[in-house]
Design a protein around this ligand. Structure first.
Ligand code: CTP
Ligand code: MG
Length: 237
């Protein structure tokens, strides 16, 4: 079964607070989405890619995708489609455009620009080995507590979660295509990732090792960290 990747890049990047959508923000001289595409285009068994773009930036993402494809030497088709109002809607749009031959679908956040190839390999391998849904996850090092506002609006701790059973989950997340399509058709509650939709409809989600470099660039601090990892050239082009 060949692999199709949906690269969701349609968000505005509100928390990053840049002057353009997050996917187009420069990191070490290239837009964030170009870094993400480099990782995607090296994925084993790849047959097609759909990039989900901020509405209004489809042409720009088309040009960046063509450049990344040429630089990679890969020969798979890369399509660019406009995104939706939230992440789930953007994934759904990507899924509708993904060629049918892709029996395994990876959903990947462009904001996770620096995912090493081993993570793609582990996720694809686990789906090929028979898991319907696969996520990369990292053990949590902080103590995680639930909180609620008291009657003066101040936060109180309501419980401490058992850390050994927690994982911080990343992308790419891998699915049998039928599993992802059913989850998107039948899940009713909001979910921040696709595995969450599979959980809602009763599917099993398998966990493989994630990687610190698969961190999501969300805030200006994250962008600085990603930039430091890439070396001395700095954030600006
Ligand atoms: N995403 C998307 N379509 C949306 C919202 C998010 O394709 N309507 C994508 C983003 O482009 C990103 C990934 O989903 O690659 C994870 O979302 P997040 O990190 O929250 O990015 P933004 O929504 O852009 O950031 P913010 O929430 O700070 O606005
Ligand atoms: Mg968001």
């Amino acid at each position: 079964m060949s692999v199709g990747v949906i690269l969701v890049a349609a968000g505005q990047g509100t928390r990053l607070g840049a002057d353009r959508p997050k996917a187009l923000v420069p990191l070490h001289g290239e837009p964030i989405v170009t870094h993400a595409l480099r990782g995607v285009l090296a994925c084993p068994g790849l047959s097609s890619v759909v990039v989900v773009a901020p509405p209004g930036c489809v042409d720009e993402l088309d040009a960046l995708s063509a450049g990344a494809l040429a630089a990679s030497g890969a020969s798979c088709p890369v399509q660019v489609v406009p995104g939706g109002a939230d992440r789930a809607a953007s994934v759904a749009r990507g899924l509708r455009s993904l060629p049918q031959e892709a029996g395994i679908v990876l959903v990947h956040d462009a904001a996770r620009a620096l995912v090493p190839p081993e993570v793609f390999e582990r996720v694809v391998h686990a789906v090929r080995s028979g898991h319907m849904a696969v996520v990369p996850g990292l053990p949590v090092t902080d103590t995680v507590k639930t909180v609620a506002a008291d009657d003066r609006g101040e936060l109180l701790v309501t419980s401490t979660l058992p850390r050994a059973s927690l994982r911080a989950v990343q992308t790419p997340q891998g699915f049998l295509r039928a599993t992802l399509e059913r989850a998107h058709a039948d899940a009713t509650d909001a979910a921040t990732d696709d595995a969450g939709m599979v959980e809602q409809v009763g599917g099993w989600v398998h966990v493989v090792d994630g990687d610190p470099r698969a961190m999501k660039i969300t805030t200006p601090h994250d962008l600085e960290v990603a930039s430091l990892w890439l070396g001395p050239r700095g954030v600006s082009p």
